[in-house]
Design a protein around this ligand. Structure first.
Ligand SMILES: NC(=O)c1ccc[n+]([C@@H]2O[C@H](COP(=O)([O-])OP(=O)(O)OC[C@H]3O[C@@H](n4cnc5c(N)ncnc54)[C@H](OP(=O)(O)O)[C@@H]3O)[C@@H](O)[C@H]2O)c1
Length: 233
């Protein structure tokens, strides 16, 4: 397999689907982690470069199973896009322990396990890449109701930095991608802004593709992108 290979979690819809579609169109082979694996319509005709993997981020064994299956299918892993995520809109006072744990599990622990499971293959690539779909909520607490989510996304940003440090000498580059509102199910359920005023997932996919393509000497630690004006982003 000469194409570079990317694992994308939550690839069935939203930002993950847009990234996977773009990577496939640009010649990558894609391993799509989905709770319900179904060949997306945009992948039809390119099945030789598409791998479907049943993936639930709450299963702590799922990442090792997935990385092994992707390696068995393609023989290499060049990038991990940890995109699957959940948002429970509660303040840190309202949220139940289980809700905080669920966000930490899906938004932080699972991405760490996924990077770890792919680590040796990423190093072998010589230009391994990890993109953590964090959030601007990992950079600032915008409102009380976003507080619990922010807790997990600050940790997700820290995870990207920690991976960047852990992998730099082995050619692995890690990036925290930090969007504001992106027009997907998640944001449309939270905001009345309207899809046309939110960042298009396809534009985020362009950003992620660029980050994955940049050489080792152009490491991007964080990439913040917003559809609105805020003080710093
Ligand atoms: N949309 C935004 O405004 C925005 C802004 C900043 C950051 N983000 C982040 O970007 C990422 C993608 O968000 P999105 O907007 O595309 O959200 P979305 O439309 O709600 O989609 C979420 C994705 O995550 C998957 N997922 C959720 N829980 C999972 C689990 N336990 N195991 C495996 N997959 C799971 C979903 O799979 P199913 O289809 O099976 O549910 C779906 O593919 C998330 O990490 C999110 O926090 C989004």
């Amino acid at each position: 397999m000469t194409s570079r290979v990317a694992l994308i979690s939550g690839a069935g819809r939203g930002i993950g689907a847009a990234i996977a579609e773009r990577l496939l169109a640009e010649g990558w082979a894609v391993s799509l982690g989905m709770r319900v694996p179904v060949l997306p319509p945009w992948a039809a005709g390119a099945e030789d470069r598409v791998h479907l993997q049943a993936y639930d981020a709450i299963d702590p064994e799922a990442e090792t199973t997935w990385a092994a299956a992707a390696l068995a299918r393609f023989g290499r892993i060049d990038a991990v896009v940890a995109n699957a995520g959940i948002m429970i809109p509660k303040t840190v006072i309202e949220a139940e322990e289980a809700e905080i744990r669920a966000m930490m599990d899906v938004n932080v622990h699972a991405p760490r396990r996924l990077a770890k499971a792919a680590w040796e293959a990423l190093a072998e690539s010589g230009r391994g890449r990890v993109v953590i779909l964090a959030s601007l909520s990992g950079k600032r607490v915008k409102a009380a109701g976003a507080g619990s989510y922010s807790l997990s996304k600050f940790a997700a940003v820290a995870l990207a930095h920690a991976l960047r440090h852990a992998g730099f000498e082995r050619g692995i580059r890690a990036t925290a991608v930090c969007p504001g509102f992106v027009a997907t199910d998640m944001a449309l359920a939270l905001s009345s802004l309207g899809a046309e005023r939110m960042t298009d997932p396809k534009d985020l996919a362009r950003v992620v593709t660029l980050i994955l393509d940049l050489p080792n000497e152009a490491s991007v630690a964080e990439f913040a992108i917003n559809c609105q004006l805020e003080e710093s982003f």
